[in-house]
Design a protein. Sequence first.
Length: 398
Amino acid sequence: MVARDALQGLKVLELGQLIAGPFAGKTLADFGADVIKIEPTEGGDPLRTWRLLRDGTSVWWEVQSRNKRSVALDLKTAEGQQAVRALAVEADVLIENFKPGTLEAWGLGWEALHALNPKLVMLRISGFGQTGPYSARPGFGVLGEAMGGLRHLTGEPGRVPVRAGVSIGDTLAALHGVIGVLMALRHREVNGGQGQMIDVALYESVFNVMESLLPEYDAFGAVRGAAGSALPGIAPSNAYRCAAGAFVLIAGNGDSIFRRLMAAIGREDLARDPGLARNDGRVARVGEIDAAIEAWTLQHPIDEVIATLDAAAVPVGRIYTVADIASDPQYLARQMIVQTHDADGRPVKVPGIVPKLGATPGRLHSPAPRLGEHTAAVLGAVRAGSGWPVPQAANDDA
């Protein structure tokens, strides 16, 4: 018998679009949840046409919507709204990331759906949350990253703050949302509780990972700013130039690691210096330490630098491009590069599944759907009064 998926039997209704809500849905679907994705009848989720397209469809879509079923509905119509209500009655989880008030205007808000299904867990992701003076504002991940404190810390000092290059604010919100869903389901199952509404704000999800930013300001009035490739207050941890212009990342900020690093680069004097034995002493002399490290790295090719520091058990690594990632043996060994196919059978590589569960690992069981691919089957089951429609492959491991 094949092991059951960790979330097998969990029924999820996804109303969100683009990134935050759908990423939460993807994460649940990767571990066996049956995710029915509701898409607009005209064009579907806008992510279908974001970034690089193959025959009119984004290859990003293949990642974000794998393992889901697509139902095309116009939620502005009474028929579309009634279909959602019928599905919500049988659902365990509903995910949405519209601007607050949108679902209420359609008669699909928390109070209305909770009355229909008291056990429903509703994940609501928005820019600024469902309450507060900014709640009605539209908010994308970029604004959450800025308001959450991340954007002010990125880039080089004195220059325009830069973004991370991916929609990290949306993804952080999605992951916080998944945590909330699993906790709400645990409460419902173990404590005999009802469903509940989970209110996730993009800016709060970013702020939650800002480490010591607030207590340092509160205690010392310190306003941390951009520091380039360095990690302020922790030394040494930086990017260093090697021969031929490559950059290597070295994190020698543990006390014993620092001593091994200094020995490896021929600076035993710094390794034995009592003033550098702890992090606070090293921070005070970080310029001197960084100069010593780079004086050594500049004399060697990056592969030699990595080999030397690996042998000394010092954390070190190159800055990967996606080309490096796609052929790296560590990625391949841990199945983080997965060869799959799209709905038309064309091969496509996508990221593997995280986290790695020992007994019930996630899996890719179906490609990202065509727009409305499952509308007839799902709505037909609803109209027939047979409850939540069971996907064809639901019992393939029974």
